[in-house]
Design a protein around this ligand. Structure first.
Ligand code: SF4
Length: 147
């Protein structure tokens, strides 16, 4: 595995297909539609070092929670790092809460991995329970330590 503390040049061949704003949209009935921009989507078509993993590869691998500080720093250029839009079902079928969450699809043996603090999952009238990582084991149970 590459040392993430060292910068490497890699070959990339392909094209930028499009750069578009990324937004969350909130709707209520027919007279409310609010758009909030959260960043950009960059659509690339190509291959880095002969490999760009297909999305189905990520789906198969599953992911673990990744500390936000790791995502921002050492993991930022890793193909397995992910910042997700998270919807928390706060009141089933009635209310959802939204936030960002960082995750890692990479090998469980990666020495840069840090889970970070357990994540609160609130539910109406029940306070918050904390995801302490046991779901990560289930989400990545298809893979061995070095896969
Ligand atoms: S912890 Fe995960 S995202 Fe970070 S460098 Fe390792 S494999 Fe990549």
């Amino acid at each position: 595995m590459l040392d993430r503390n060292i910068q490497y040049k890699i070959s990339f061949s392909g094209v930028i297909l499009s750069v578009q704003p990324r937004s969350n949209v909130w709707r209520y009935r027919l007279d409310n539609r609010t758009h909030g921009t959260t960043g950009y989507n960059i659509f690339l078509k190509g291959a880095a070092e002969g490999e760009v993993p297909d999305l189905s590869v990520y789906d198969w691998r599953g992911c673990r929670m990744l500390a936000a500080a790791s995502w921002k720093k050492k993991c930022f250029t890793c193909k397995w790092a992910c910042m997700a839009n998270v919807a928390v079902e706060y009141n089933w079928g009635v209310t959802q809460k939204f936030r960002f969450g960082s995750f890692c699809y990479g090998p469980k043996s990666c020495r840069l991995y840090k889970m970070g603090k357990p994540r609160a999952v609130p539910y109406k009238d029940c306070g918050s329970f904390y995801d302490e990582g046991w779901l990560d084991e289930i989400c990545t149970e298809r893979r061995g330590e070095d896969e």
